[in-house]
Design a protein around this ligand. Structure first.
Ligand code: F6P
Length: 364
């Protein structure tokens, strides 16, 4: 393929997930070898673009990284150039540093910048595209909450880790006649809890899309115990909430692109179940374990395909777009479409129906 690209930039933004390095490799390798193009790695996400933390990548930088988790470029969820947190004598102030980012983009003579990230990153990609910069987005996140793509890479790896954890917890829970509550990440979407809950055969799945009733959860585990089941597994999404109650927030940090850090619902669910049913209960919070380690083969393949199409799209000069999986094809969509709304679990989802069909309770 012919291309006018002479210099492209790559950055990874937001929380990391397995598969980021696979995308970097599938952009940088052909860019260097087929297009004879310089590839500039922007370090620590958009923070690096604002602060000028950038360096040219060599072929050896992007070799042998396919199966390695994290990101060789580093990332940050605190560097939104349009709302950049700065320490001042008056405390932390959030200022617009986008001019600084534009300056670094121009100083490095970037013909295109491919930003790999989630919802927050795509909002920034959209804003820079509106300013006339040549941005392309690649959707990643374990949460799978981005619109305009069937799935994001990172999700399959997170579900795989959570499923293995549930498998392991089943045996110890059963040995001790216990209820085991497993809290997983996912922000305001229940995809990880639903995927891992189905794959791991959880008895109760609690997701943000279906506010739950405490009594229903107690009833379900008590009934299971009465019927002689030695244990119950409850897979709860960090964003799940009772119908009469609120989401559990761990921390508010205004330096973050999304200031709200969720976490803690697992402990609440565990405590209330033990108090109300008398069944011995333990809580496991999987947290960042879901984001670590090697990507699954599915994520390696998807990430590689996403990277290849992102580079082709840059070569065609089709900017302001995000690569996306639709059915079996990787296509591109205007990045605007990806940020219209969060991709949460539809209530009529076949995932939910099939889980209910095998007796899984959603606490509703
Ligand atoms: O968006 C990915 C994610 O892992 C969410 O599931 C979670 O709520 C959040 O990031 C955690 O962020 P941090 O790594 O800043 O604690």
């Amino acid at each position: 393929m012919k291309s006018n690209l002479k210099t492209i930039g790559i950055l990874t933004g937001g929380g990391d997930c397995p598969g980021l390095n696979a995308v970097i490799r599938s952009i940088a390798n052909p860019a260097m070898k087929e297009f004879d193009c310089r590839v500039i790695g922007i370090l620590d996400g958009f923070e690096g673009l604002v602060e000028g933390k950038m360096r040219e990548l060599a072929s050896h930088d992007v070799t042998g990284i396919l199966n390695i988790g994290g990101t060789i470029l580093g990332t940050s969820n605190k560097g939104n150039p349009f709302k950049f947190p700065v320490e001042t004598p008056r405390g932390i102030e959030v200022l617009d540093y986008s001019n600084q980012a534009v300056k670094n983009y121009r100083n490095w003579n970037l013909d295109a910048l491919i930003a790999i990230g989630g919802d927050g990153t795509m909002h920034i990609v959209n804003k820079f595209s509106e300013l006339g910069l040549n941005f392309i987005g690649v959707p990643k996140t374990i949460d799978n909450d981005l619109s305009a793509t069937d799935v994001t890479f990172g999700y399959d790896s997170a579900v795989s880790v959570a499923t293995e954890a549930i498998d392991r917890l089943q045996t110890t829970a059963s040995a001790h006649h216990r209820v085991m509550v497993v809290e997983v990440m996912g922000r305001y979407a229940g995809w990880i809890a639903l995927g891992a809950g189905i794959a791991g055969g959880a008895d109760v799945i609690l997701i943000p899309e279906i506010p739950f009733k405490w009594e229903k959860v107690y009833e379900h585990v008590l009934l299971r115990s009465k019927h002689g089941n030695r244990s119950s597994i409850i897979c709860v999404a960090e964003g799940a909430k009772p119908s009469e109650g609120n989401i559990v927030v761990k921390e508010i940090d205004n330096k973050r692109t999304d200031p709200v850090r969720l976490g803690g619902i697992g402990d609440l669910v565990g405590r209330k179940i033990e108090e109300s049913t008398g069944l011995e209960t333990r809580v496991v919070v999987l947290g960042h374990v879901l984001r670590g380690g090697s990507p699954t083969p599915y994520d390696r393949i998807l990430a590689t395909r996403f990277g290849a199409v992102a580079l082709e799209t840059a070569a065609e000069g089709k900017f302001g777009h995000m690569v996306s999986l639709r059915g079996t094809e990787v296509i591109t969509v205007p990045v605007k479409e990806a940020i219209l709304e969060l991709h949460t679990v539809p209530l009529d989802s076949q995932y939910i129906k099939s889980a209910r069909a095998v007796g899984t309770d959603f606490g509703d």
